[in-house]
Structure formats: structure tokens, C-alpha cells
Ligand binder design. Structure first.
Ligand SMILES: *Cc1c(COP(=O)(O)O)cnc(C)c1O
Length: 383
């Protein structure tokens, strides 16, 4: 990813910034969309992972749909080339105004999380003289074996319709005139690396499919959500798209005639992005040496928010390794990217890459401490 030539060019840009390797993004998209198409699956891009317009336009070019969690995302996705009729709207708290916008733009489907939400969408659609297509987001109570903060598919969190509520939600749905039932939707968590979890999800989907079919509610579409994890230790390795799609192909009941769609975010964009930063100070501490970077938690929040690990590389030193605690300049103790990390001996002015930052990186940047938002630089601009 970082040739000597690339590093020279990166040095000439004011840090901190996000650097995106667009060749790597294109390769990832080619593999993911190719593997999905082989198995007859459709992929939507989860826009919240990275809504940088350059990234979005490249992804739209591969024929993916868009999975949005706000009406701003819907408008943005359409302006970046995603077709409205391939755009779905998920989220546990859609406002009336957002529902109106989505109906006006003619999206494919709302992923609905409760009976109350169905009634609200029905009312708004009725006033607008429209019919809203919906999928029911079901909480399948499947343990995702990932970081607790990013699991979404077990009983104790706010997402989805619990299975015990399903019967009553369906009877509400059947009474509403401006709602068209399209199917069911799941999303059990993010950064899932234990692929067995998806086998469990497939089994649960089979049970639900049978249950719904028995009640005359066979879904046209089954949206299994996203969550495929990436290898943060090895940023150049592709996520296991072939194995992932295989699991669903093998374990979903072969009587199911519904279309099957996916909503991938992290696995499509994480690897192609790095946060590039300069070392401001090498600061001795008690039992550790701090590297103080010019990038902080305002640029990349995941380590502070979830204790997430990102591989850190010194792009400009070839000296023997030493241990460092790598921290940012923000006035918070959690503003730390890694402790006791082994790096080539580092000095002021060295260029640091924090890898696998292409998902949930730039989009979570904030202006805390009145800092500037990090700009983005693309490999095809500088090479
Ligand atoms: C965040 C989200 C996704 C994408 O998750 P990844 O782990 O990035 O693949 C998909 N669907 C929904 C409903 C989401 O909220």
C-alpha cells in the first residue's frame, strides 16, 4: 500500500488527513460484488461506514444498493449515484420529516422496528397518497460474539422487533392500508469474525421463514444485514467474502425462494483507508514513552470509544524497534491509539499511518477542542 514514492508524496500534504487507496477499494468491491453475484445475492452498502462522496461514487459504480440510517444519508446516496429504488432506510428512530423525505424520494423499503413505527409510516404515506414498502427488522436473539458495544441482535438491546412481539406486529401490519409488506430484515452486530455466528443466524432465519410462511406472510426479500469483520492485525488482507456468502448459501433452507440481500459497511471500506499523522513530540513518561501525534480521537474515535485496535505503522523510520504509547493531542486521557506498541525508533516529524481506518473513521470525526475536521486524500490524486 505504501511504496517509497507514495510516502514521499504523503509527506508533502499537511497532516492529519485520511488517505484512501482507491485501487484497494475497487479490488475489494470487485471481490465482494463478484462473490455475492455468484451466489445470487444482492449487496447494499451501509453508508454510515463512510459517506465520503468520492468513496460513495466508486461504490455506486459497482452496482450496489444503499443502506441508510437517516434521510440525509438517503439524499446523499442518491446524489452520489445510488438508485432510489435500491435504497433502504433503517434505524430505530426515524423522524416524521425523514419518513416524508424517504417517501417523496421513492426508496425501495423501510426497515421497520416496531408496530408504532408502522402506524406512523402508514399515516404519513396515506397523507401523501403513497404506499410504503416495509421489511420488519427482527431481533433474532443471536449472540454476535463481538465487542459488547456493537452487538445489536440480542434481547437486551434497543434494536428490532423481538420474536415474542412478532405476532401482534403482523396483525397491526395487516390492518394498515398504505403499507406493503416486502420481507424481513436482521442485523446482529458489527466486526463479527467468528463466521459460526452467521450459521446460527441462518438457522434462526429458516425458523422464522417457516413461521411466517405458515401464516401466509412469506417474505419476498430477506435482508440478513451486515457485520462481516475485518482483520485489524493484517490491514492488507481481504475480508473472507467467499466463505461468508457460502455460509448463507449452504445454511439457508433451500426451499426459500425470497431474494437474499446483505448490508455491508466495514468490510467494504475499512482496509482502503489510513489516518496519516505526524509525530509532534516524543515524551518520556513513567515506565513508557509517549508519541504525541497531531491526530487524535477527534479524527479517529474508535480507540477512545470502543477500545478498538488499529495497526500503527511508522512510514519513515527504519531504525530498530522500541515500545511506545501512541497518543493524540486532545485534552482527554482516552485519546490514545495504542499502548506499548512496537515501532521503529521514532522521532519528531516522522510520518505515522493508523491503518484500517476507512470505516467508522472519517464519519465519526468531531470538532471537539475546536479542531478542524480531517481532510481526505486519494491515491489516484497523488500517484
Ligand atoms: C451499521 C449497519 C450495517 C453495517 O454494519 P457493518 O458491520 O459495517 O457491515 C448494516 N445494517 C444496519 C442496519 C446497520 O445499522
Amino acid at each position: 500500500m505504501f511504496t517509497q514514492e507514495t510516502i514521499e508524496r504523503l509527506r508533502s500534504v499537511q497532516t492529519p488527513y485520511y488517505y484512501y487507496d482507491t485501487d484497494m477499494l475497487r479490488e475489494t468491491l470487485a471481490v465482494a460484488s463478484g462473490e455475492a453475484a455468484n451466489k445470487g445475492f444482492k449487496v447494499h452498502y451501509a453508508v454510515k461506514a463512510n459517506f465520503n462522496p468520492v468513496i460513495m461514487k466508486i461504490i455506486a459504480g459497482y452496482g450496489l444498493g444503499a443502506d441508510c440510517v437517516s434521510s440525509n444519508e438517503i439524499e446523499h446516496a442518491i446524489s452520489c449515484g445510488f438508485p432510489a429504488e435500491e435504497t433502504v432506510f433503517a434505524g430505530v428512530g426515524k423522524s416524521d420529516r425523514e419518513i416524508e423525505t424517504a417517501l417523496r424520494l421513492g426508496i425501495k423499503c423501510f426497515n421497520v422496528e416496531s408496530a408504532a413505527e408502522l402506524e406512523v409510516i402508514d399515516g404519513i404515506a396515506g397523507r401523501m397518497g403513497k404506499t410504503a414498502s416495509v421489511a420488519l427488522r427482527i431481533n433474532p436473539n443471536v449472540e454476535a460474539h463481538t465487542i459488547r458495544h456493537i452487538t445489536t441482535g440480542t434481547d437486551e438491546n434497543k434494536f428490532g422487533i423481538r420474536i415474542v412481539e412478532l405476532e401482534s406486529v403482523i396483525s397491526t401490519l395487516n390492518e394498515l392500508n398504505n403499507i406493503k409488506y416486502r420481507g424481513i430484515h436482521f442485523h446482529i452486530g458489527s466486526q463479527i469474525t467468528d463466521l459460526h455466528v452467521f450459521r446460527n443466524l441462518s438457522s434462526r432465519i429458516n425458523e422464522l421463514w417457516q413461521w411466517l410462511t405458515d401464516r401466509g406472510m412469506e417474505p419476498d426479500d430477506i435482508n440478513v444485514g451486515g457485520g462481516l469483520g475485518v482483520n485489524y492485525d493484517d490491514p492488507d488482507r481481504f475480508p473472507p467474502f467467499a466463505d461468508y456468502f457460502d455460509i448463507f448459501r449452504e445454511h439457508l433452507d433451500n426451499r426459500i425462494r425470497s431474494s437474499v440481500s446483505f448490508e455491508l459497511g466495514r468490510s467494504l471500506t475499512a482496509n482502503c483507508g489510513s489516518l496519516i499523522s505526524t509525530v509532534l513530540f516524543v515524551k518520556p513518561g513513567a515506565g513508557e514513552t509517549f508519541l504525541i501525534l497531531d491526530a487524535g480521537m477527534t479524527d479517529l474515535m474508535r480507540p477512545a470509544l470502543y477500545h478498538a485496535y488499529h495497526r500503527i505503522e511508522n512510514l519513515t523510520s527504519k531504525l530498530p524497534a522500541k515500545k511506545y504509547t501512541v497518543a493524540g493531542p486532545i485534552c482527554e486521557t482516552t485519546d490514545t491509539f495504542g499502548r506499548f506498541i512496537s515501532l521503529p525508533e521514532t522521532g519528531r516529524g516522522d510520518l505515522i499511518a493508523i491503518r484500517s481506518a476507512g470505516a467508522y473513521g472519517e464519519v465519526m470525526a468531531s470538532r471537539y477542542n475546536m479542531r478542524s475536521l480531517p481532510p481526505s486524500v486519494f491515491s489516484d490524486e497523488i500517484n
